[in-house]
Design a protein around this ligand. Structure first.
Ligand code: FAD
Length: 522
């Protein structure tokens, strides 16, 4: 009865088409890339921050929980819960509100996708320092802030939270709280700091403290001079040392590596047709006919064959203001890679990734339609090699069960800013795809794969393996992004720190209705 009254009030406020109660739709919304939970009572799609705030206030007044959802492209149950809840889908709040080139900031609604911001800034010679995730065709900027996401620009500029100036956040009572200099009477959102860093409080919270309505990000000059370079390494330690040295000297906007297994998965999944299509974009995105032709030739000649026998592959993108600076960084990366045993190979991979950064999210399944889930951690460079070996030992100890269920794993590695190495083991296993995958992977890819029978036992083993890795990571004092309901934030932090964050949560969300369970709180 309470529910019916609430749904009726929400419908009156937002309009019938923006309050979803259809069972099939709710099934979709009860899944992320990896997991599923109970269906929410309804999914609401507010169109602006006033509607967002008022509808959140209405839901929590009925003691029903709120689950914030951006693009939905995560895999840590961040927006999934078995509690009675209403999900807030930010898909209608996508406006780019202000691009301020004089004061160097951009304000967006939280549902704005990375690809849209990229397109809007492309011809203005500016970027945000961290400028998107590989999932940015669908993932939102509000989701990125809540996950503290990384990738484009993260090599030199760190995680997404380092790019944010301020926000407007709706708390569980339906109030809109402003952080950063936008919170000052007569203030504009030009600067993050004025007293304690309240912007920081809401970054990486996976929605546990409030629903971000708008975000203001820094703008920096786009660095037009790009260089791309790739190396093969015989072993993990050479590659990890090279990534760490490139990070310490702040040489590359993106610097990442794959182990041989992940490299082969990449090669398998990409059709020749796609390479050619991407090649067209590489040509289109480079200035000057000679360099276009040269790049095209290199990429074609390199194809994917040169990677066949590869061991560990390392890729870096240099983004600088001038030719001289870019060449200097490129040459230094070459020195570092050579020092650690790298052999230079064609630079097709970083070039292709940069030419078209926000591609369809077909990588959320394996090349034959296997299920896919990554698990990551961040450690200081000094611990990265030992941790990599501990992960491999762990997989070695689980070899029997992994073979039994045909579970395979590879590694993605990158640096985040100059002090952290991110290690991301990625699992693949034969299992049935969910509605989520059917809606988010391109049709031609789905048509090409034969698919697999459901294998719940294998899925459970993957959950256990992921859990086992969390134990390994904890031994190394690792941190994590994307905490949601997966990473052990509340379990792994010191009691005094837990008291502080629990106290903050209780003040902001006294009834524990804002994404309960996210961060392990509420
Ligand atoms: C193929 C693929 C590639 C990926 N590549 C990357 C990558 O390069 N880097 C990376 O970091 N991650 C990556 N991811 C993971 C994920 O896509 C990103 O972390 C992304 O930032 C999630 O954004 P989203 O809008 O989809 O968030 P969602 O999945 O919708 O939500 C993520 C979390 O944020 C919360 N949330 C969302 N919006 C709001 C809001 N407005 N206010 C408060 N809380 C909110 C949710 O409750 C949830 O806890 C990838 C995923 C896939 C499938």
């Amino acid at each position: 009865m309470i529910t019916e009254t609430l749904i009726a009030s929400l419908t009156q406020k937002l309009g019938q088409e923006h309050v979803i109660t259809d069972e099939n739709e709710l099934t979709y919304y009860s899944q992320d890339v990896f997991s599923e939970a109970n269906k929410p009572l309804a999914v609401i799609r507010p169109g602006n921050k006033k509607e967002l705030a008022e509808s959140i206030g209405m839901v929590t007044e009925h003691d029903i929980a709120i689950l914030p959802r951006g693009g939905g492209m995560s895999y840590t149950s961040g927006y999934l819960s078995n509690r009675q809840s209403v999900m807030v889908d930010m898909c209608r709040m996508t406006d780019i509100i202000e691009i301020n080139l004089e004061d160097m900031y951009v304000t967006v609604e939280a549902g704005c996708r990375w690809v849209d911001l990229y397109e809007a800034l492309k011809d203005k010679n500016v970027k945000t320092p961290m400028w998107g995730t590989l999932s940015g065709l669908k993932a939102s900027i509000g989701g990125g802030a809540s996950q503290n996401s990384v990738f484009f620009g993260s090599g030199q500029n760190g995680a997404m939270s380092d790019s944010i100036i301020g926000m407007e956040v709706v708390t569980s009572n339906g109030k809109i709280v402003t952080t950063g200099s936008g919170a000052i009477e007569n203030g504009t959102p030009f600067f993050r700091h004025f007293g304690p860093d309240l912007t920081g409080l809401f970054t990486g919270d996976t929605g546990a403290l409030g629903v971000k309505a708008t975000l203001t990000l820094k703008l920096v000059p786009d660095r037009p001079e790009k260089r791309f370079v790739s190396f093969n390494f015989d072993d993990h330690s050479g590659m990890l040392k090279a990534i760490a040295d490139v990070a310490r000297e702040n040489l590359a906007s993106e610097c990442f590596g794959f182990d041989p297994f992940l490299q082969q998965q990449r090669m398998k999944r990409e059709s020749l047709a796609k390479d050619i299509k991407t090649l067209g974009k590489v040509i289109g995105s480079e200035k000057g006919f000679t360099s276009k032709l040269k790049s095209a030739t290199e990429v074609v000649i390199a194809g994917r064959d040169y990677m066949k026998e590869t061991s560990f592959s390392f890729h870096a993108v240099v983004s600088e203001m001038t030719d001289v600076q870019a060449d200097k960084h490129l040459n230094r990366i070459r020195e570092i890679a050579n020092l650690h045993g790298g052999i230079e190979v064609a630079n097709s991979i970083p070039k292709i990734i940069h030419a078209h950064p926000f591609v369809p999210l077909n990588n959320m399944i394996g090349p034959e339609g296997e299920r896919w889930v990554p698990v990551h951690c961040l450690v200081p460079h000094s611990k990265a090699i030992d941790l990599f070996e501990a992960i491999e030992d762990y997989f070695g100890s689980k070899q029997d069960v992994m073979e039994k269920y045909k579970i395979e794993a590879g590694h993605l590695i990158l640096n985040i800013g100059n002090s952290a190495t991110l290690l991301e083991p990625v699992f693949f296993w034969p299992d049935e795809l969910m509605e989520f995958h059917h809606r988010n992977v391109e049709e031609d890819v789905l048509e090409r794969i034969s698919g697999f029978e459901a294998d719940e036992a294998a899925r459970e083993v993957v959950v256990e393996l992921r859990d086992g890795l969390l134990d390994v990571f904890a031994d190394y004092g690792a941190t994590h992004f994307q905490i949601g309901r997966t990473y052990r934030y509340s379990k792994n932090i010191k009691p005094e720190t837990l008291d502080l964050i629990t106290g903050i949560k209780n003040v902001i969300d006294p009834k524990g209705l804002m994404n309960p369970g996210s961060l392990g709180l509420g």
